[in-house]
Design a protein around this ligand. Sequence first.
Ligand code: SF4
Ligand code: MG
Length: 326
Amino acid sequence: MLTIKKLRVTHRTRNGTVHAVDGVDLTLRRGETLGLVGESGCGKSTLARAVMRLTAPASGRILLDGTDVTRLTGRAAALFTARVQMVFQDPAASLDPRYTVARAIAEPLLPTVRDAAERARRVVALMDDVGLARALADRFPHQLSGGQRQRVAIARAIAPRPDFVVLDEPVSALDVSLQAQVLNLLVDLQERHGLAYLFIGHDIGVVRHMADRVAVMYLGRVVEIGDWSDVVDGPAHPYTRALMAAAPAAHPDAGRAATRTVLAGELPSPFAPPPGCAFHTRCPLAVERCRREAPALRDAADGRRVACHLAPAQSAEPNPTEANTL
Ligand code: SF4
Ligand code: MG
C-alpha cells in the first residue's frame, strides 16, 4: 500500500515559488485504481513525479508498505523503482528512438534478469501480454503507430513486475478510436497482474472508465475524494460539480440541467493562489468566510472527504486515524 502524507512540492522559478503540491494526503490500495483529476496545472503530474522519486518533495512523506521512499538510496532505491512504474502521456517522447521494441522492453529487465535467453523469453511474453505482434520486435519507435508505441511503453512499465503503476494521461495523445483499446488493455493487465493504478487525467469520461475511487485536485490540494460512483452521482465540492458539468458525457443520466454549474473565470496564477479557499474566486457559493479561512479536507457523507466550508460534515467527532488513511 502506498500512503502519501502531507506532501508538499515547491518549484522555484524566476517568477517566484509555486507550491505545486500543497499538503496532499492520499492512499493507494493494492489492486485498486485511484483516479486523480483536475485542470492542467493543478499539481497532478508533479504529485506523480514525486511518487516516482523524479522530484524531491519540500516536506511530507511517501510510504510504500511503511517505508519512506523519499529517503531511499542505493539498492533500496533500485528495488523501489522496480515496484513503482510509470506510463507517460506521450510514448513518442518517453521511448528512446534508437532502441528497437525488443531492446526497449528488455532494458528494464537488465538489472534483475542476467541471462540473455531468459530475458528474450520474457520480452516475447511481455509483447504477447500487451498485444504487440512478435513481428514488431525489430522495429524502431518511428516505425510504429501511436497505439503500438503506447503498448511498448506499457510493456516496459510492467516488465519489472511492479505493484503500482502511475498512468499520467496514458491515452490522451491517442486517437479516440484507440483510446478504448488501450484502456481495456490496462484493465486486463490490472486483473491478470494484480496491479494498482494511480490514473491521472483531465478527461472525466476516460478516468471513469478506470477508477474505483477518485481524488479531485485544485491548485495543489485535494478538494474531494471518495468512491467514484458517489462522487459522480453527488459531487459534494463546488469545484467537482463544475468539473462534472463541464464533462456531460461522463454521466449522461445525472439530471445535468438542474445541477449545471459553469466553471467561470480563469484558473488563478499558481504563483499567487487566492487566500482562504483557493477556489473562492470561481465558486458560485462563496461566502465571506471562504475568503479568509482555508477549508480542511474532512469526513463527509459516504466515507467521502471534502474540503469546503459548506459541505455537511459526517459527524461531530473527527477521527484522526481515518483522516490520515482515507
Ligand atoms: Fe466555495 Fe467556500 Fe466551499 Fe471554497 S469553501 S468551495 S469558496 S463554498
Ligand atoms: Mg500533466
